[in-house]
Design a protein around this ligand. Structure first.
Ligand code: HEC
Length: 124
């Protein structure tokens, strides 16, 4: 998967100035476009394009995924928690193991992108 930072790395010299300057990728804000692309490819089949948990595979799960458009349920959930569920899977957070862990598929910054994108389903 192309890293969002690869374009920046291609610019300028081969020096590692960016790292010396302390620009740590996990501290940047989530990239919504990247999050959306990952979501559509890997998550929508269960969580649905609209985030309502109505993806083609989602409807046959034992535990129906939460409705991401439900602000009353989603807003109180801290980013850390969403991050952990995505990274380590549902079971690690006491949720359904039908939510797979994605730590082998995504780097931490990409998971942040996903959290940021998941947040966009709640419109308020
Ligand atoms: C195989 C189906 C499936 C896929 C694919 C899947 N999920 Fe899930 N996900 C679930 C289920 C089921 C739950 C609900 C777990 C529970 O509530 O016990 C869940 C829960 C979550 C939660 C926690 C919110 C909550 O309280 O329910 C987040 C955040 C989440 N998924 C994000 C993602 C992201 C991002 C991806 C893609 C990288 C993804 N999921 C892919 C099935 C899936």
């Amino acid at each position: 998967m192309p890293s969002p930072s690869s374009a920046a790395q291609g610019m300028g010299t081969m020096s590692n100035q960016g790292m010396i300057a302390g620009e740590h990728p996990t501290t940047r804000a989530g990239d919504l476009a990247a999050g959306k692309a990952s979501y559509t490819t890997f998550c929508a089949k269960c969580h649905g394009d609209s985030g309502k948990g109505d993806g083609s595979a989602g409807v046959s799960l034992q535990t129906k995924p939460r409705d991401f458009t439900n602000c009353a349920e989603m807003t109180p959930m801290p980013d850390d928690m969403l991050f952990k569920v995505i990274k380590d899977g549902g079971a690690a957070s006491g949720m359904s193991r039908e939510m797979p862990p994605w730590k082998d598929a995504f780097e931490d910054p990409e998971i942040k992108d996903l959290v940021a994108y998941v947040r966009t389903f709640c419109k308020k």
